[in-house]
Design a protein around this ligand. Structure first.
Ligand code: HEC
Ligand SMILES: [Cu+2]
Length: 332
C-alpha cells in the first residue's frame, strides 16, 4: 500500500524534458525499494518498543543474555548492502545518461547569468550575440546551459526540466537539457541569495523550431538603428529594444526583466510596474531613478535590488533615450 501511495502521489511538475523522464523513473524505483525497508524497520521498532518495554518493577532486572544470530546478521547486512550498490550503480548510469552530449554535434549553448535578482540569458545564434531577460528554447533540441553569476551564489532551476545547478562566483557550471514539451515554465533561483531571492523568477518558453528562429531573428535585429545614409546625425537609439533586451557589450541587464511596461510588452515583477508608478512623473524623476536608484525607494520595494550601475553601463544618449521613452509611454 505504501508503494502504491508513493507512486500515485504526483510529486513533480510536468515532465518537460528528456532528462525529466529518466529522473522520474529513477525516483519511482527508489520509492519501490525504500518504502518496504521503511515499513519493515518502523514496524519492528514499534513492535519491540511495545512488547519489550520495561514494566514497573523491572527497573533492576537485566534482560536475558543474548549471543546474537549470525545467520540473521549476515542476511540483514547483505541485503541492504546489495540494494545500495545496485541503486548507486543505477543512479550513476542515469546521471551519465542525462549528462551525455547529443550524438549530432552543434549543440546550442546558452549562458544563464545570475545577478541579484534576475537571470539574463546570453545567446550566440548564427554568429550573433544577444541577451534576453526571458529564456527561449526550441523543442526537442539539446541545450547546454553554462551557468555563471556576477555576484553571489545563485542556482539555476527550471523545475519542469528537473535539472538544477549552482551558479558559483568565479567558475562556470553547466548542464544539458532537451526540452520536449511546448509551453512556458517557471525559472527559479534555488539558492538564497539576498532580499530579492523570492522574486528571482522568470519564464522559460519552449517553442517550435520555426517560432524560435523567428524570435532569434527579432532579437538579432540591431538595437541601434543604422546610421542614416550619407552620415548625418548620430544614429537614433531604439529605447524600447534597450528596455527589453539590455545591452550585451556592457552587461546592462534588461529593464524588462524586472519591470512591467505595457508598451514594451514586458512583465517583470521584481521592480514596480512602471505604467503605474511613473504616471505623472517627469523626466528628471525618471532620470534619477535610473542612475541613482537608491536615492528614492518606490513604496513596497527594497533598496539595493535595482542595479545601481546603469549610469556607468549605459551611455549618456542611451539614458536620455530611455528617459524620453519612459516619459512618453508611462509618464505624464
Ligand atoms: C534587477 C531588477 C531591476 C532592473 C534590471 C531594473 N530595475 Fe528599476 N527598479 C527595480 C526595483 C526593485 C525598484 C524599486 C526600488 C527603487 O526604487 O530603487 C526599481 C525602481 C525603478 C524606478 C523608480 C520607480 C519609482 O516609483 O520610484 C524606475 C523609473 C526604474 N526602476 C526604471 C528602470 C529602468 C529604466 C531600468 C533599465 C535601465 C531598470 N529600472 C532596471 C528593479 C530593477
Ligand atoms: Cu538567487
Amino acid at each position: 500500500m505504501g508503494i502504491t501511495l508513493g507512486l500515485v502521489i504526483d510529486w513533480f511538475p510536468t515532465q518537460g524534458s528528456e532528462q525529466a523522464k529518466k529522473i522520474d523513473t529513477f525516483w519511482d524505483v527508489l520509492i519501490i525499494c525504500s518504502v518496504p525497508v521503511f515499513v519493515l524497520v518502523t514496524t519492528v521498532v514499534l513492535f519491540a518498543a511495545r512488547n519489550f518495554r520495561m514494566r514497573p518493577g523491572e527497573e533492576h532486572l537485566d534482560g536475558p543474555p543474548i549471543h546474537g544470530n549470525t545467520r540473521l546478521e549476515v542476511v540483514w547486512t547483505a541485503i541492504p548492502a546489495i540494494m545500495l550498490v545496485a541503486l548507486c550503480t543505477y543512479a550513476y548510469l542515469v546521471l551519465h545518461d542525462i549528462e551525455k552530449a547529443p550524438a549530432a554535434g552543434n549543440e546550442r549553448q546558452i549562458t544563464a547569468m545570475g545577478q541579484q535578482f534576475t537571470w539574463t540569458f546570453d545567446y550566440v545564434e548564427n554568429g550573433k550575440k544577444f541577451s534576453s531577460a526571458q529564456l527561449y528554447v526550441p523543442q526537442n533540441e539539446s541545450v547546454k546551459f553554462n551557468v555563471k553569476t556576477k555576484d553571489v551564489l545563485h542556482d539555476f532551476w527550471v523545475p519542469a526540466w528537473r535539472m538544477k545547478i549552482d551558479a558559483v562566483p568565479g567558475i562556470t557550471t553547466n548542464y544539458r537539457v532537451t526540452p520536449i514539451k511546448l509551453g512556458s515554465y517557471p525559472v527559479v533561483c534555488a539558492e538564497l541569495c539576498g532580499l530579492g531571492h523570492a522574486f528571482m523568477r522568470q519564464t522559460a518558453h519552449v517553442l517550435p523550431k520555426a517560432q524560435f528562429n523567428a524570435w532569434v531573428k527579432k532579437m538579432t535585429t540591431p538595437v541601434k538603428a543604422a546610421v542614416p545614409a550619407g552620415g548625418g546625425a548620430a544614429p537614433a537609439i531604439d529605447a524600447k529594444a534597450l528596455f527589453t533586451q539590455g545591452e550585451t557589450q556592457t552587461g546592462a541587464t534588461a529593464c524588462g526583466a524586472c519591470h512591467k511596461l505595457a508598451d514594451a510588452g514586458t512583465a517583470g515583477g521584481v521592480g514596480p510596474d512602471l505604467d503605474q508608478v511613473l504616471k505623472g512623473k517627469d523626466a528628471a524623476f525618471i532620470h534619477e531613478s535610473i542612475v541613482n536608484p537608491d536615492a528614492e525607494i518606490a513604496k513596497g520595494f527594497n533598496k539595493g535590488i535595482m542595479p545601481a550601475n546603469f549610469g556607468k553601463l549605459l551611455s549618456q544618449p542611451e539614458i536620455d533615450a530611455l528617459v524620453k521613452y519612459l516619459e512618453e509611454v508611462a509618464g505624464k
